[in-house]
Write a protein that binds this ligand. Structure first.
Ligand code: SAH
Length: 200
């Protein structure tokens, strides 16, 4: 898997090492062990998918996480991306809107020795009580850029989020350069399950 990621342009050694440290097959539905390390999105239950390893690596690389940084993830899902961020030393908060997935990720990550703060809630609101965050990563495709998330981004911080523009979903990086100024970088097309309002 790491070879594939490297050949597709993931060159950040810290990201590759972090991903090499997380057994992806733990996070999938039963019976998928043989294809767990293929570069494919795979089912995790509740109609959701774990992103393909390349997408996880790409988004993580874009985030430039330094050890100890306060990071907010929207869309805990299986907990795989959360585990990768913990391997990088993030002080992680992660929100999931589906109770079943939230509970499952909570017990799995604890069993594996990872201790992020997992929240059952609607990621559109972010987590004002813990703001500001040095980094925010959204792992579901948003129809618009949620303003509460931008307002919870620290000066010098970055948010990486897939957002729908006209027809396609594109990855974006938003950099907060000052209290009042945010710079936007539009990146390649990508594919994610949708970011939905409310709880389930
Ligand atoms: N990071 C996850 C990816 C899971 S797919 C992983 O590594 O497995 C995206 C997840 O985003 C799904 O579990 C979906 O339920 C969740 N999601 C969608 N809209 C959301 C919202 N508004 N708030 C929080 N989570 C949301």
């Amino acid at each position: 898997m790491l070879q594939t990621l490297y050949s597709k342009g993931v060159s950040d050694e810290r990201v590759l090492t972090a991903m090499g440290g997380v057994p992806r097959h733990f996070f999938l539905e039963r019976g998928l062990d043989k294809i767990a390390y293929d570069d494919k999105a795979l089912p995790i239950g509740a109609g959701q998918t774990i992103s393909q390893p390349y997408t996880v690596a790409w988004q993580t690389q874009l985030l430039h996480v330094a050890p100890g940084e306060k990071v907010l993830e929207i869309g805990t899902g299986s907990g795989y991306q959360a585990a990768v961020l913990c391997e990088l030393g993030a002080n992680l908060y992660s929100i999931e809107r589906q109770r079943l997935l939230h509970e499952k990720a909570k017990s799995l990550l604890a069993q594996m020795g990872y201790h992020p703060t997992l929240i059952y809630g609607d990621g559109f609101e972010g987590l004002p009580s813990q703001a500001p965050f040095a980094k925010i990563i959204v792992t579901c495709g948003a129809g618009h850029v949620p303003q509460p998330l931008l307002s919870q981004l620290a000066v010098g911080g970055r948010m990486v989020i897939p957002v729908k523009t006209e027809k396609a979903l594109h990855m974006f990086a938003f950099d907060r350069v000052s209290k009042t100024e945010i710079r936007q970088i539009k990146l390649n097309e990508c594919s994610f399950v949708p970011m939905l309002q409310g709880l389930s």
